[in-house]
Design a protein. Sequence first.
Length: 405
Amino acid sequence: MARPARVRNNARMPDELSFDTRCAHAGDDIDLASSAIAPPLVLSSVFETPTLELADRAIRTEPGAYIYSREANPTVVAMERAVASLEGAEAALAMGSGMGAISTLFAALLSAGDHVVVSREIYGATLALLAQHFARFGVTMTSVDAQDAAAFEGAMTPVTKLVFVETVSNPMMRVADVPAIADVAHRRGALLAVDASFTPPPLSQPLAQGADVVMHSATKYLGGHSDVTAGVVAGNAELMERVRPARRLFGPTCSPLDAWLTLRGIKTLALRVERHTANARGLAEFLAAQPKVRRVHYAGLAGGAQGELVARLLPRGTGGMLSFEIDGGRRAVDRFIAGLSMVRFAASFADVSTTISHPALTSHRGLSAKERAAIGIGDGLIRLSAGIESLADICADVERGLAAI
């Protein structure tokens, strides 16, 4: 006799189990009658609703009721629940990309006449989104030093509705004082949103530190294998219900396949992040000793200027990202790339293999040379995403690249 199908019920799991265990069981709570160990991949774009009552429940996105995958999909909902659990959030919403998550968040929370304060060094596309596109709709922006809470206070106006920072800035690796910035934002009646793509859980917990919203490019560490394009925002249930209509109407839907791959990635997140972080620290120490390297940007370096912030806000490490500067501009960077045999050039980051990028050409190319120079991004700056390979092999390949300069 065949074994009866079992409906998983892990509703009791998230609160009492450790972070590592919750990662390993990501997606186990999909409410489908199945004894499969892997979370089911539900590719259907539309779902049968045999009664008007069920259709109404699905349209109102009640748990377990589905009508159309732009509204909700079982695999996508499982991913959202997993991320919410890891972030200590009441709810999460998945999008089709990291920028899809950020733009949907902005569209949901901002109106004509509103003002946003951002940290100066954030991802270039986020700056461009506000300065070039939301500005057309009457939203203004001021950028300040991520580590200067007083500067955020000074930039606030009566119409400031949102403050946006990164836990660790891309690509200069400056740590934002999230609790201090949250205090400033809330005293002035604004929300704080934090991009934690560089420092996924368990490294950072922005919501516990006072942020209202945390977002991730799930393309990066949550997925972790360069085979996902997705984003996610998480926060309290009331705030997520303000974002949900914008997602439904603008339509940046996360595909079920990308959600499924993200769930698969989350299962090894704790292990991968530990190795990424250890390798980045070792690489930063190695690069700091190289005569052809002018400067290394890594918040976790022993004795670094950001030591107090790191110890207080990121006690488990600052992640797998670092950047370093060499003399000679783009010509030297080209020679460095040509000298590599294992490390590859890639515009994204957080793959299991080590990659490098050139911020002036990629992530921050939308800024003028003067604007890039103002935040320290020169033509000789290289961003490196430490993979999970042997540290000795990564260092040896980076050494080959430096020898080619």
